[in-house]
Design a binder for this molecule. Structure first.
Ligand code: SAM
Length: 402
């Protein structure tokens, strides 16, 4: 039986830090005018993301309201995406957090430090339950906008002074202004254990994209992981499909997630579909209030697309000992409820199947079916192929394994 996924939320300390950094001293609910202004700025950013190449981002981020909107809305929404991505790598044995004393991290297109803060929040979160020997972290952020780097520097510094980090953990942060599309923009031989590229890769194309990928993969340390995360839109997800192919063809990196194997993607020739995940969480107060004004629905989940690659020989799915690997799938849709039956898409990186379970075939062995969520790994045995789908009879097994 599925254990409910732990619900994700920002720490109250970070929520408070973001508010004060955005210059909001008293609760937004007490300041209707400010709330309206912030909501308008979130809407303007949301519109700009629809066609990002047409936006003058430098000019936009000169506006105080846009900076406040990013800090209070998009930063938290993006930051929490890192939790399930790191969890999958760490718990799957692909990124050995427990064995590391030091970790060097590169965040490209870091903006105000979203994913660096995300990593620190994640570490604070897991340190409550899992022992880690991590004593020091060096964070390097690269962005072309100087003001964003200054904001990142200040936020990381203040976060570290909250006394919230695991005891004894030291954090060193440095920032470089530069463009990630100039060849070897890092200008140093340093290797990084974790490289995060958040909401930037899907915007690069052609030579700029290949130069950037070459630079970041060349700076990934052995045993390291690369996380690329972008919005869960069709446009971004289709672009990540090209990135997936480029990294598989031109580098030694191993694809770790979302795909369970590195075959040709089954969505490659199906432009109507796109691979994305949905994350369920507790939105911050500011996001709930802004959504209330705009009619946005972040409390119903956040869509995103991602790729995780590793530089090691870890065998995918090896932690699921005793289960045939070809029977493990990733859920790629929500449960589609019809009269008398439920349906669900699953994918393993090579093949995509629609599973159907008739209500009358619901049984103890397949009872996880109705609880499955996008991104779950499931063990499926005994599905019977039909013309357009696979049927789960009463004695079929459908178990959520993660
Ligand atoms: C949508 S923001 C994402 C910021 C942060 N990673 C996040 O997810 O919240 C994209 C960031 O990438 C930066 N960026 C875009 N193109 C860049 C380039 N060629 N070189 C360096 N930074 C770039 C922008 O300045 C901006 O801060």
């Amino acid at each position: 039986m599925k254990k409910k996924r732990p619900s994700i939320s920002l720490s109250p300390q970070l929520e408070q830090l973001l508010s004060s950094h955005a210059g909001i001293q008293e609760g937004l609910h007490k300041n209707k005018k400010l709330l309206q202004e912030l909501a308008a700025a979130v809407k303007a950013l949301s519109d700009a993301y629809v066609e990002p190449e047409k936006c003058d981002w430098k000019a936009l981020y000169k506006k105080t309201a846009a900076v406040q909107a990013y800090l209070l809305y998009y930063l938290p929404v993006n930051l929490v995406k890192l939790f399930p991505l790191l969890d999958e790598l760490v718990k799957g044995g692909a990124f050995d957090l427990a064995q590391r004393q030091h970790m060097s991290v590169l965040d490209i297109g870091c903006g105000p430090g979203t994913f660096m803060l995300g990593l620190l929040e994640y570490l604070c979160h897991v340190s409550r339950t899992d022992a880690s020997g991590l004593q020091s972290i060096s964070l390097t952020g690269v962005d072309r906008i100087k003001d964003s780097l200054a904001a990142a520097d200040s936020l990381i510094r203040q976060y570290c002074s909250l006394g919230f980090l695991p005891p004894g953990m030291e954090v060193k942060a440095s920032f470089r202004q530069g463009s990630v599309i100039s060849p070897d923009f890092l200008k140093s031989p340093e290797l990084y254990d974790l490289i995060i590229a958040g909401n930037i890769i899907a915007e690069l194309q052609g030579e700029a994209l290949s130069d950037c990928l070459a630079a970041i993969t060349g700076h990934l340390a052995p045993g390291g992981a690369l996380i690329i995360v972008d919005p869960g839109t069709r446009r971004a997800a289709r672009r990540l499909l090209d990135v997936r192919n480029m990294l598989l063809q031109h580098t030694e990196l191993r694809l770790y997630a979302p795909c369970l194997c590195a075959a040709s993607c089954p969505l490659q020739d199906d432009p109507g579909q796109w691979c994305h995940e949905k994350l369920f969480w507790h939105p911050t107060e500011a996001i709930r209030l802004i959504d209330g004004v705009l009619g946005f629905t972040k409390e119903k989940g956040i869509k995103y697309s991602f790729l995780s690659f590793v530089k090691n020989d870890v065998e995918r799915l090896s932690i699921h000992a005793g289960m045939a690997k070809d029977k493990i799938w990733r859920v790629g849709s929500y449960v589609i409820k019809n009269k008398g039956e439920d349906r669900l898409w699953v994918c393993n990186g090579e093949q995509r199947l629609q599973l159907r379970r008739l209500e009358r075939n619901s049984s103890e062995t397949n009872s996880d079916f109705e609880q499955a969520e996008r991104g779950d790994l499931v063990f499926v045995d005994g599905a019977v192929p039909r013309i357009a789908f696979h049927d789960l009879p009463r004695d079929a097994v459908f178990t959520i394994v993660r």
